[in-house]
Each structure stands twice: as C-alpha cells, then as structure tokens.
Ligand binder design. Structure first.
Ligand code: SF4
Ligand code: SF4
Length: 234
C-alpha cells in the first residue's frame, strides 16, 4: 500500500554473548573515558574548551546579544515609540507604552520599553525594523536570572552605557560604516530643537477642522447623546 512502510522485515542486529553480559561493554566505555581524562590532564593547554568566565570568546561584530537603546547627544532616547519593533518581533516580547514628548521635535517617546529576555529569540528583527536607528544589539550574552521578573529588561537596563560597550562591544546593528566600529550619524542625532510650549502654539494656530455635512443615511444620524446635548438641534 502506498505511504505505508513495512518494518516487519527489519531485525535488530543480534547481540554477541559478550555484549549480552553488559559488563565487558561497560568496562570498554569506562576505558574510553579514562583515556580522554589522562590525555586532557597531560595536555591542559591544548584543551578545546575555554575557562569561562575567566576566558571569553571574542564574538563577531554581528553577534546578536543583549539589546541597547541608543541615545541622542542630549542623552534622551532616540526611540520615538513608533511600535515598529514591537510589530516585527516574532516572539512578542517587546512592550512599549508611548508618551507625548515635551519637545515638538519628537512626537512621542517610550514611557515604558520592556524586553522579556526569556522570550526573545535574538533574531535582530527589532533592529532591522527600527526607522530611527534607536535599538542595537551588543555582544553581551551574560544574562542570567533567578526569577521571570528579572528577565524583563526595562529602559534603565536597556539604555546604552559606555561601560557596557567598553566591556562587551557593539553587536548586530543596521549600519557598519568604515571599519564597522563608528556609530552611524543620522538626522535623529541632531541637537534637540527648543520646544518649550511649541506644541501648544501649533495647536492654537492649527487650521480648524472643516465643518462638513454629515450627509444622508441612517449611519449618519445623530446619536442619543448628541441629541440631548445643548447646542444646535439636529
Ligand atoms: S531580537 Fe527578535 S525576538 Fe528579540 S526582541 Fe528583537 S525582534 Fe523580538
Ligand atoms: S522601532 Fe525604533 S523608534 Fe520605533 S519603537 Fe522600536 S526602538 Fe523605538
């Protein structure tokens, strides 16, 4: 019959008498272990393993490790809380809550920006999706937690610090100009524009909304609240 594999004709290899005793095979396995033990003890420097954490491997500049949130020259986060990274994240481990930025140069900023490192698969999609070059990855892979709460990194642990970069170095990021070590310059690195009260001024001076006729049809009929509200009668 097609699609069905007949396994009835397959027989396991017959064990020899010595193999069925088991003890000789156990002794043979222990002999292999002992041979490796002696070889490694006499050739300690030639071991293929490294003595972590005293020794660490030097990973590639494209290593996808812990994320960092990049900052502008004034120290504020470059992130404009556009949610692009959250949308792109296949593990759904980014949580952003947007707030209104006090300076008109930036519409929004992240009041909350959390990454659940236990769910993160370190794919780098968030870095690729960011239009503001605001999230990079580092070569920091030393993330150990005792609780689930510990694994949720908020802004204070994601904000870029010189110490972290000095210790671990940059990892995966969108641009690698020059020798790959110089951070890229873009518009969002320009100085922050003075914005005290500008948002309010723009709102005051904004073009008023055009009054439009609702048009006919049952869906355009005024609601009960609109009918009972004081003002022009419908
Ligand atoms: S690296 Fe991938 S899984 Fe991790 S936060 Fe970014 S998009 Fe999500
Ligand atoms: S995509 Fe970039 S700018 Fe947008 S919310 Fe994510 S980190 Fe912020």
């Amino acid at each position: 019959m097609s699609g069905v594999i007949d396994v009835s004709s397959r027989h396991p290899e017959k064990l020899t008498f010595l193999q069925r005793l088991y003890v000789p095979e156990i002794l043979r396995g222990m002999g292999v272990t002992f041979r490796h033990l002696v070889r490694n003890l006499t050739n300690y420097r030639g071991l293929p393993t490294i003595q972590y954490p005293e020794q660490k491997r030097n990973y590639s500049g494209r290593f996808r490790g812990k994320h960092i949130l990049k900052t502008r020259q004034d120290g504020s986060l470059k992130c404009v809380a556009c949610y692009m990274c959250q949308q792109a994240c296949p593990a759904e481990c980014i949580t952003i809550v947007a707030g209104e930025h006090p300076k008109i140069a930036y519409e929004k900023y992240p009041v909350v920006f959390d990454i659940d490192m236990m769910r993160c698969v370190f794919c780098g999609f968030c870095v690729d999706a960011c239009p503001k070059d605001a999230i990079w990855m580092t070569r920091n892979y030393e993330m150990a937690f005792f609780t689930r709460e510990d694994a949720v990194y908020s802004i204070d642990r994601l904000r870029e610090t010189p110490e972290e970069i000095q210790t671990h170095g940059y990892g995966y990021r969108p641009y690698y100009p020059g020798d790959g070590t110089t951070p890229p310059a873009d518009a969002s690195r320009l100085p922050v524009l003075p914005g005290g009260g500008e948002r309010d001024r723009l709102r005051r001076e904004s073009v008023p909304l055009v009054e439009r006729d609702r048009g006919p049809g049952p869906l355009n009929a005024p609601s009960q609240a609109e009918r009972s509200a004081p003002g022009p009668s419908f």
